[in-house]
Write a protein that binds this ligand. Sequence first.
Ligand SMILES: *[C@@H]1O[C@H](CO)[C@@H](O)[C@H](O)[C@H]1NC(C)=O
Ligand SMILES: *[C@@H]1O[C@H](CO)[C@@H](O)[C@H](O)[C@H]1NC(C)=O
Ligand SMILES: *[C@@H]1O[C@H](CO)[C@@H](O)[C@H](O)[C@H]1NC(C)=O
Ligand SMILES: *[C@@H]1O[C@H](CO)[C@@H](O)[C@H](O)[C@H]1NC(C)=O
Ligand SMILES: *[C@@H]1O[C@H](CO)[C@@H](O)[C@H](O)[C@H]1NC(C)=O
Ligand SMILES: *[C@@H]1O[C@H](CO)[C@@H](O)[C@H](O)[C@H]1NC(C)=O
Length: 940
Amino acid sequence: MGCSRLLNLCLVLHLTHCLDMSGIETDIEIENPVTGILGEDIFLRCLYLGENDITDASWRRLDIRTKRMKKLTGYKNTGPFTNDPEFSVPASPTNLTVKVRVSSLEAQGMYTCVFATDEEEITKSMFLTVLAQPDIHTFVTEDTVNNTHYQSVTCSATNGKPTALIGWEINGSPPPDDYFTVALKNSSNTNSTGTVTSTLRFPTHRQDEGRVTCVVQHPTLPNLSTKVTVRVDTFMAPNMSIQTDLVVEEGKEFWVVKCAATGGRPQPNITLALPNQEVSLMLQKEDIVDASGTWVRSFLLSTEFHEGENITCLFDHPKLPQTELRAITLPTFYLSAVRLLNSELADSFDMNQAVESLVLKEGQRQTIIGLEVAGTVPRYSIKCSKGKQPLPEGVLVNGSALTLQGPVELHHAGLYECEASYYKHRASVLLDIMVTPRVTQPVAVPPIMSVDVQDRLGERFVECLAADSVPVANVSWVLPEGLSGPSWSNVTSHNGSHTVSSVVLLPACSASQLYMECVIDHSAFVLPERIQITLPACATPNISIQSSFEWSEDVAYTTVRCAVDRVRPAANLSWSLGEWDSARHNSTSHLMEVQEQVQVQPGVNSNGSVTVLGLVRFPSVMLAGQNVTCVVDHLGLQRPERRRIQLPGLESPVMGAFVVMQKGSPLWLAVCEYRGDGLRANLSWVLPEDATGQTSLVSAYEGMTVQTNLTYEFPLALHEGQDLTCLIQNQHGLNERRKVHVPRYDIKSIRVLNETTPLYKPYGGELVIHRLALKENLHNQRILLKVYGTVPTYKLTCHRSDGSFVPMEAQALVVHTVELETVLYTCIASYYHHQASVLIQVEVTSEDQQLMTVFMVCVSSSAAIMIVLIVALCIFCKRNEEEHPKSKTYMKQESLATLTPLTQEPDSPNFRKGNGAGGESQEYAQLLSYSIVIDVRSTV
Ligand SMILES: *[C@@H]1O[C@H](CO)[C@@H](O)[C@H](O)[C@H]1NC(C)=O
Ligand SMILES: *[C@@H]1O[C@H](CO)[C@@H](O)[C@H](O)[C@H]1NC(C)=O
Ligand SMILES: *[C@@H]1O[C@H](CO)[C@@H](O)[C@H](O)[C@H]1NC(C)=O
Ligand SMILES: *[C@@H]1O[C@H](CO)[C@@H](O)[C@H](O)[C@H]1NC(C)=O
Ligand SMILES: *[C@@H]1O[C@H](CO)[C@@H](O)[C@H](O)[C@H]1NC(C)=O
Ligand SMILES: *[C@@H]1O[C@H](CO)[C@@H](O)[C@H](O)[C@H]1NC(C)=O
């Protein structure tokens, strides 16, 4: 029908076109026909192709009411105009192309394009067709007819011009005819639009696609058609299962039959089928949909019935061609036997299986006879009877046990029957209970228990005594872990009662406290008695170590003493001696001998403790500077204790020799000394054969250090200038010598420093007496003396010719009162055996004599000064001549050589001799002192 309408439209359009074409050929080019869609824009095109000037150009349409041509838009007097808001202004007078908005269906009609020149109006018409796009709507409805679910999908295209066409697609193909129906409805409006409605209907279970498509065809649609997809419901067959569980509700057992459907849409109709509907006590519970979407319908069935029956779940679902069944067989229960559980009560000699025999003791309390029921029943109850009679008093069934609460009595014996039941299931057992009468026991006397710990001979005796018991008690020990010792038990009986003594022997002590138990079991005891014994730990031994030195012959020995005080039992002592290794030093040298000794002394207390003393003795040099360790092992120590002592190191020996003069003795002393550690030395002097001095040896010891001094006392004269040698030796390789020099001394002369006049012997010309004049009437006049020589000190004495001594003041002879006569003094300087003397004759002079003497002295003095100057000049010249870069001592010797002739004296022969010996000894030369003496020779 819609198709024929379209055909009519085309026919009309074609006619119009034909009319235009039949017109005279003009200079106008127009587009004809034109189709516009309601609500959209279109262009009307009209061009003037002629040569004439256009004065006026316009689009015109016949107004239906006024029956006149109305100007819509155009050019007038070279200005554009528009009278219709839906029309745009043309581009130029010759180009009447305008845009038109199609706002209503009335826009359809004939339009004329007019170009006017001064002479004529040229026209050409075109036809505008207006189409309207339909509105498309869809909806789904559902209904159930004869228990079948249907869905209807309605698709409508309203107010389309021309009327639209509607078709259906399912999964790209048209719906099959067998169960899909399509209902079509058309209607048209006065304004030449039309509406079409199509309804697709189908039973839901036959359709699996889930969506259907409505296809609308219309010229206004893009690609001339549009597809609207509509969702529809689909059904799905569920997975079905059956399951049974045993539950207890209100004290009764039930089977829960669960019929489950998973993944079905819609929910299936579930029913339960039982073979024997009459006895069934079926209870349907509320349906449950669990979290996974499984639909479960549960039924409760009494376990009393339905045993071994086939029960079936029936599932009805639109997707299932017929009712689906899921069946399960319920289990069958049985009770096979009742047996005795406590086998210790069973009479082991009874082999009869039908009757279970058991023996009880008279007086036995709290007797429980357990019964074991074999079978598959979920629950059972036990009933017992004694010889078809109810149970005697005090005997009752408790769960699955027959209990005799009070003491068992003889009348409890008999044949009992116990039956277990569950509904119709039953099983029973016969129990033959025998009661053995009580045997009267002799009166039990519990033992008197005691424990005694004694220390004997370094061991611990632990005794456990269970005395005077009836019957004999059983004594056993629980010893500390890891400890064992010999043990024995003695049983003595007296008057029918028994005494058990059990002794265990353990080490005397241990590093920690120990706990042990004596266990005494006796029939009078419910539980064995346990006596706890605590064995105290040993006292930690007190260890001390010290060293001492002693000398034996010429070797020092070190004794290290390690004492372990008051220990019980005795400790073991051993030594570790520095780096000394007896294997390495197996030398026979007695300097490598070690002596060891261990003494055990009884302690002060009478508790058996002892003091262990370890001594080790060795030559001090052997382990000097090393450690000696005393290792003590004792039961009271977790591990051996080490005590160390560091021995002093060896100092290198000091040896020397020297001579000294002794105060208050005429003898000199030569000392040779040795100071050393560990070893002594023998000292001896190597002396000339004529030596008459005394030697003496003194040794002093301090620890391992010895100081030995060998002295030699001698008169200086004996060894003056000699070397004495001391030999320092011992058997251990020491061989040293030390030399000491005895210095040589002399006294050359004594001079009188006062003015004297020499008095010569008549022929020899030697000076013998110094004449000296003292003033008259002058007291305490001094005669100054000076001693020349190399002695460190000397003794100066003067005496008169009658032998009387004259007082001395230091180096001066003091003359107190001057007698008027001439006195001869003899002055002697001495040092040991060295001596020098001078004779002084003292005379008294008067004043005149004195003046004369002064004069004489002055004359001779000036002469002497002259001589001195001359001599000094000579020396100076000579020194200048011999200016060499020589050492100071050399220079000194040079000048000495020049001066010595001046100081030569006849009464000092020793000096001359010494000088003659040349550089015999440098130090000896240093001892000399020199003076320039001016000898004034004048004869008065
Ligand atoms: C006429 O005018 C329209 C719109 O202004 C334009 O698109 C078209 O090209 C013109 N035609 C000619 C031949 O000038
Ligand atoms: C329903 O089913 C019955 C029996 O099959 C039939 O007679 C009846 O016509 C059906 N009704 C419809 C509406 O299909
Ligand atoms: C045509 O007429 C129908 C019914 O009177 C109306 O619903 C519809 O809007 C009209 N269409 C137009 C384009 O006027
Ligand atoms: C379920 O099935 C039973 C028996 O077949 C029927 O009586 C009942 O109406 C059905 N219920 C539903 C909801 O289909
Ligand atoms: C139960 O079903 C099983 C198999 O489906 C069959 O062998 C058995 O005989 C059935 N029992 C009863 C009591 O119907
Ligand atoms: C145990 O008996 C034996 C001999 O019969 C005896 O030598 C021993 O001393 C006794 N011991 C005790 C602890 O009485």
